[in-house]
Design a protein around this ligand. Structure first.
Ligand code: SIN
Length: 342
């Protein structure tokens, strides 16, 4: 049976265009559909080998505007294709700005079975498709090479020849082509001249086991839990947290979780810390991450018990994990309430 590689387009700079070929900043993201990107790559048929390409435009957005409805649409299409026996892998084109969040989200909600021997490879570009030296075509080709690799499984990110795990990858530069890094975890592999050089095994799934695709469908009408991020810095106070915890007077949802990006090993200004403790006493879930770009909060500090640490996640990923935990807990308590009426 001939295998398929599915290309799902979501927009981003990889699909962006500018009026001038030398303008790599003043462009409009999300202008070309994924099939238009693919036809511009003469080497694609060779790289696909015996696989055939299937493509679908799931959305067309600048990834700064990514939200729950878009994630839901993407998960549905990825799940749809993952279950097909003749689909070998899925390549998603995505903007770089929130790519690490989408990759982590997918890694937490896609069915473990579906990813046991298949990969979902997200790729992107730092320069628009109209650029004199666009990086998108090479990144797309590299993504196909990774998608076809027998060693690839799970949710992966490919950019500038680096292959990264969803859990570790972060955008670390606003301009250079090699904009992604996996910090201490390091890249999983490098794509060189059409071959993947693996330096680590793809990690086993660390997905949120409480979070089933059925649960995601139950949340399809939204609104998803509101989880906000605050930061510690010189002169920080608890004012933002206290404001967040005031019951909204309009129909906007109340805050259910706060991730704090602490200084260093998750340390917090005493006023901010007091406000977070108060929020926690009010029932808001609080998680402590670090604002350091590398490493993670090392457990053992006195405040661990009071404000749990982020389990090695960056603040933006800890926010997603907390949101999914709240969704799973709320679904369980609803079920329990239904089974045991008061
Ligand atoms: C985006 O994230 O959609 C725009 C920026 C980029 O892709 O580099």
């Amino acid at each position: 049976m001939s295998k398929k590689i599915v290309f799902l387009g979501t927009g981003g700079t990889i699909a962006g265009t500018a009026a001038s070929a030398v303008d790599n900043v003043g462009y409009t993201a999300a202008q070309l559909n994924v099939d238009q990107l693919l036809v511009c790559i003469p080497a694609l048929p060779d790289t696909l080998g015996e696989c055939t390409a299937v493509f679908e435009q799931v959305m067309q957005i600048d990834s700064k505007d990514m939200g729950w409805p878009q994630w839901l649409a993407l998960v549905r299409r990825v799940c749809h294709y993952l279950t097909m026996p003749d689909v070998a892998a899925i390549v998603v084109t995505h903007g770089t700005d929130t790519l690490e969040e989408t990759a982590f989200f997918l890694s937490q909600v896609l069915p473990r079975d579906g990813l046991a021997c298949k990969s979902v490879v997200l790729t992107c570009a730092m320069r628009p498709a109209s650029s004199l030296a666009a990086d998108g075509p090479q990144n797309l080709l590299d993504a196909v090479v990774v998608a076809r690799s027998q060693a690839a499984h799970g949710v992966l990110v490919v950019c500038a020849g680096g292959v990264h795990a969803a859990h570790a990858v972060q955008k670390v530069h606003p301009y250079r082509l090699n904009a992604f890094d996996s910090g201490d975890a390091a890249a999983l592999a490098y794509v060189e001249e059409g071959a993947v050089r693996w330096v680590q095994r793809c990690p086993q799934s660390d997905r949120n086991t409480a979070f089933t695709p059925e649960l995601l469908e139950r949340w399809s009408q939204g609104p998803w839990p509101r989880v906000e991020i605050v930061m510690n810095y010189v002169g920080a106070t608890g004012a933002t947290v206290r404001a967040l915890c005031v019951e909204p007077s309009d129909s906007s949802p109340a805050v259910q979780g706060i991730v704090v990006a602490g200084t260093g090993n998750g340390t917090l200004h005493h006023d901010l810390e007091a406000a977070l403790w108060q929020a926690q006493r009010q029932g808001v879930k609080v998680v402590r991450a670090t604002r350091c770009p590398q490493g993670c909060v090392v457990p053992g500090a006195g405040s661990d018990a009071a404000l749990p640490h982020a389990q090695g996640l960056s603040a933006v990923k800890a926010r997603i994990a907390l949101m999914l935990d709240i969704m799973a807990t709320m679904a369980t308590s609803l079920k329990t309430a239904r089974h045991h009426p008061p």
